[in-house]
Design a protein around this ligand. Structure first.
Ligand code: HEC
Ligand code: HEC
Ligand code: HEC
Ligand code: HEC
Ligand code: HEC
Length: 399
């Protein structure tokens, strides 16, 4: 009796093992992409009413791009990417969206430039997990949806007026309005209160602290969540006296967060450009934009200078204040500039802007305030300074 039980157990476990082996072999010979392709051809047969399409042999498909030093196999699953008949299919069977204009696809032939130049992801992979990422040792997970517009600058040197890049232009306007350049440099221009923004995208995940980040461990998610709340994501090391992030929390909408993230990933450092070269014939050269040179009044010109140098970064929109500066003497906020003409002559204002100054601490034992008034002496011209001061003086009458 006992032996019978053992025999049955042995038999059952053998069947289990065999089933498991068959499963493993199936995994080997029936990779994920085969299932996807088979389903694609079934759908194609239906759409074209040509049953023979369903019998199309399955194979790995790829776009070989030696000039770009890439091979993109995305089309192994995204087989219908250039078939307009598949326009209304679900992903991954659908044709590529024509992105506001059917000309887009003709201007960017996929068989010449592939997919990862715009979408990132791991081109050589044939499983969704590895192709889309994030997986270890692959730091460029897929960009989809509106984040993809950040890729236009890889080839287009300027996007102002570029059809399809409207959202990037919208993000640039936000960048100017907030005065990001008053705290950050971009290609060396601006102030180094925060990091150089052309380098952010090229950093590896190890260069970011993910302890306070919600979402996947990717640079994209770090940047997005940081915009959501700089102080939550970069709380500093209070025990060591390292302060929390000095970047303002702009209470951005999710839409604005995606726009600004696309903008940050549209910035490329020189190093990054060398690592990922784009052949010259795919680069669309920079066409200098006519600079705004005529202003209705010195005050108007000054408003432009205020924006150009990002004074709003620390003094708020139109100098209205509201930017936190922990442990700074008066109210822990960078002063508003609305009434500076009451306290200073024009020459004194010029001197402050030229020389800069460090604020006093509220609590002398506490940490130094993270924001100080930088010196603009090396950057600003005398004419600009004159106009800027006219603008500052005008703020009192409008407030
Ligand atoms: C093994 C099959 C497979 C491969 C290879 C693959 N994908 Fe996908 N892809 C899918 C599937 C399935 C979906 C449908 C949505 C989902 O399941 O995430 C999809 C969806 C997408 C989407 C839409 C995502 C969204 O959030 O709406 C994009 C963009 C995309 N893929 C791009 C790529 C790119 C670029 C590559 C190459 C680097 C690639 N895919 C390689 C299977 C694949
Ligand atoms: C020139 C840049 C560019 C190239 C090259 C490109 N795409 Fe796209 N792709 C985009 C843009 C931009 C969008 C639309 C983003 C949006 O929703 O506004 C998009 C959308 C998509 C979508 C729809 C889902 C989504 O993210 O909105 C899929 C799927 C997709 N692309 C796959 C591919 C595949 C596969 C290839 C290669 C065969 C490819 N793309 C090549 C720029 C590109
Ligand atoms: C791989 C490089 C590359 C990428 C990435 C790329 N483009 Fe292009 N694009 C080109 C080239 C090359 C042309 C053709 C230029 C010409 O013929 O003068 C072009 C032409 C265009 C045109 C028509 C000509 C014009 O200047 O108006 C538009 C619009 C356009 N691209 C929009 C976009 C948008 C939007 C994106 C981002 C989603 C993008 N491109 C990404 C290389 C690229
Ligand atoms: C990185 C932050 C930062 C930026 C950018 C910045 N400021 Fe300041 N600014 C400060 C701080 C902090 C003070 C207060 C210094 C103090 O308490 O002595 C200040 C003080 C001033 C004052 C004196 C105000 C007063 O009431 O005493 C003026 C005027 C001024 N800034 C103008 C400007 C202009 C114009 C720009 C753009 C060119 C600018 N600031 C950009 C941080 C900044
Ligand atoms: C008042 C100064 C200030 C302003 C204004 C400011 N930032 Fe920052 N930003 C910082 C500081 C300081 C850091 C570094 C600490 C941290 O990561 O929060 C930072 C970090 C960042 C980072 C992470 C970069 C990296 O490589 O680690 C990004 C991205 C960023 N800022 C983008 C922006 C954008 C876009 C704007 C305008 C909408 C902006 N910042 C406005 C001070 C500022």
């Amino acid at each position: 009796m006992r032996r019978g039980i053992w025999n049955r157990l042995f038999l059952a476990s053998s069947f289990g093992l065999i089933a498991f082996l068959i499963f493993l072999i199936g995994q080997e010979t029936l990779p994920e992409w085969r299932g996807v392709q088979a389903e694609y051809y079934r759908r194609l047969a239906q759409v074209t009413q040509d049953p023979s399409k369903a019998r199309t042999p399955l194979k790995v498909q790829q776009i070989h791009l030696p000039e770009f030093r890439r091979t993109d196999r995305c089309v192994t699953c995204h087989v219908g990417i250039d078939n307009p008949k598949m326009k209304d299919q679900p992903q991954p069977f659908a044709a590529h969206p024509d992105f506001s204009d059917p000309r887009f696809l003709a201007e960017h032939p996929f068989n010449e430039i592939g997919c990862t130049i715009c979408h990132q992801g791991q081109g050589s992979a044939t499983t969704k997990k590895h192709a889309h990422g994030p997986v270890s040792h692959w730091e460029e997970p897929l960009l989809s949806g509106e984040l993809t517009v950040g890729a236009c600058t890889t080839c287009h040197q300027n996007v102002q007026g570029l059809r399809g890049a409207e959202r990037l232009v919208q993000a640039m306007a936000l960048f100017e309005e907030k005065g990001c350049i008053g705290c950050h440099t971009l290609h060396g221009k601006g102030m180094l209160v925060g990091p150089e923004l052309a380098e952010t995208w090229g950093k590896s995940v190890d260069q970011f602290d993910f302890r306070y980040i919600r979402g996947e461990k990717t640079v994209t998610h770090w940047v997005m969540d940081h915009f959501r709340d700089p102080q939550r994501t970069v709380p500093g090391y209070p025990a060591l006296g390292v302060p929390e992030s000095a970047m303002p929390n702009y209470e951005l909408t999710e839409e604005e967060i995606r726009l600004l993230t696309a903008l940050v990933l549209s910035f490329h450092s020189e190093e990054e450009k060398e690592e990922r070269p784009v052949p010259a014939r795919y680069k669309v050269p920079y066409i200098p934009q006519p600079a705004e040179t005529t202003f209705a009044s010195p005050v108007e010109r000054g408003r432009h200078v205020f924006q150009k140098y990002g004074c709003a970064a620390c003094h708020g929109l139109e100098g209205r204040g509201g930017i936190r500066n922990k442990n700074m003497d008066v109210g822990e906020e960078v002063p508003a500039l609305l009434y500076v003409s009451d306290g200073y002559s024009k020459d004194e204002l010029k001197a402050i802007i030229r020389e800069g100054r460090y604020p006093a601490k509220a609590d002398s034992a506490g940490p130094s305030p993270a924001l100080w008034m930088p010196s603009w002496k090396e950057k600003i011209s005398e004419e600009e300074l004159d106009a800027l001061v006219e603008y500052l003086v005008s703020l009192k009458s409008v407030s």
